[in-house]
Design a protein around this ligand. Structure first.
Ligand SMILES: C[S@@+](CC[C@H](N)C(=O)[O-])C[C@H]1O[C@@H](n2cnc3c(N)ncnc32)[C@H](O)[C@@H]1O
Length: 210
């Protein structure tokens, strides 16, 4: 889904520095204060709902695309008085990983990650084995990684990635219905695919006990 630049973006971003930052104006030390991370938070629908479910925890949404990020910030600005436990960050996650402490996070959410179907691009997938190893470093020992997608081929490959690294115990739920659980609110992509009758696949992984 290609999102166009909106005329109001700059104003919205300038007016909401309390809840939305970019690489030039965020505090690197603040990253260590978050309990939960969504990578590729898109238009923000999921992050803004999940942070409402757990007001005692802090949520960080990292999104590389400025247009999607601006839409998320606009939505977030409408609820920021009642929800104080999130930050949206316009950055590639690769720049943020080094700032996250070992075993810092309760949950990592990968919601409808880009599929990168071409062989030469697959290493960019957020569920690629190198990434799974990095997530193990930043997840608490009893933390949880959620991977959700509409893309059957990406899902199959991701299951293979998990088997290959052999670092997690995981369960698969397919088809998955956000409406039937209270721990994974839908995302914008999920809503769009559900309307088209596409099945959603979910993998829930926890670090193997040592
Ligand atoms: C297919 S969209 C899904 C958006 C949202 N999670 C949803 O389900 O509606 C994937 C998002 O991940 C973002 N993304 C991809 N690679 C990223 C990276 N390395 N760091 C941060 N965001 C990334 C993309 O810009 C895009 O907005």
């Amino acid at each position: 889904m290609r999102l166009r630049h909106r005329k109001w973006s700059n104003d919205v971003l300038l007016d909401n520095k309390d809840i939305a930052r970019n690489l030039e104006d965020f505090s690197p030390e603040s990253i260590a204060t978050f309990d939960n991370l969504e990578i590729g938070s898109g238009c923000g629908g999921f992050l803004l709902e999940v942070c409402k479910l757990h007001p005692e925890e802090k949520y960080l949404g990292v999104e590389i695309n400025r247009n999607a990020f601006a839409i998320a910030v606009k939505k977030a600005s409408e609820v920021k008085e009642e929800r104080k436990n999130f930050l949206l960050l316009n950055a590639p996650i690769e720049r943020i990983f080094p700032l996250i402490q070992d075993h810092q996070l309760n949950n990592i959410y990968l919601n409808f990650s880009d599929p990168w179907p071409k062989k030469r691009q697959m290493h960019r997938r957020l569920s690629y084995p190198t990434r799974l190893k990095e997530y193990l470093r930043i997840l608490k020992e009893d933390g949880t990684l959620y991977f959700r997608t509409d893309n059957a081929s990406l899902f199959e490959d991701t299951i293979e990635y998990f088997k290959e690294v052999d670092l997690y115990d995981f369960t698969i739920i397919e088809p998955f219905y956000s409406e039937k659980v209270d721990y994974l609110p839908p995302t914008e992509y999920e809503t769009k695919f559900r309307e088209k009758g596409v099945d959603i696949h979910l993998l829930i992984a926890k670090p193997k006990k040592k």
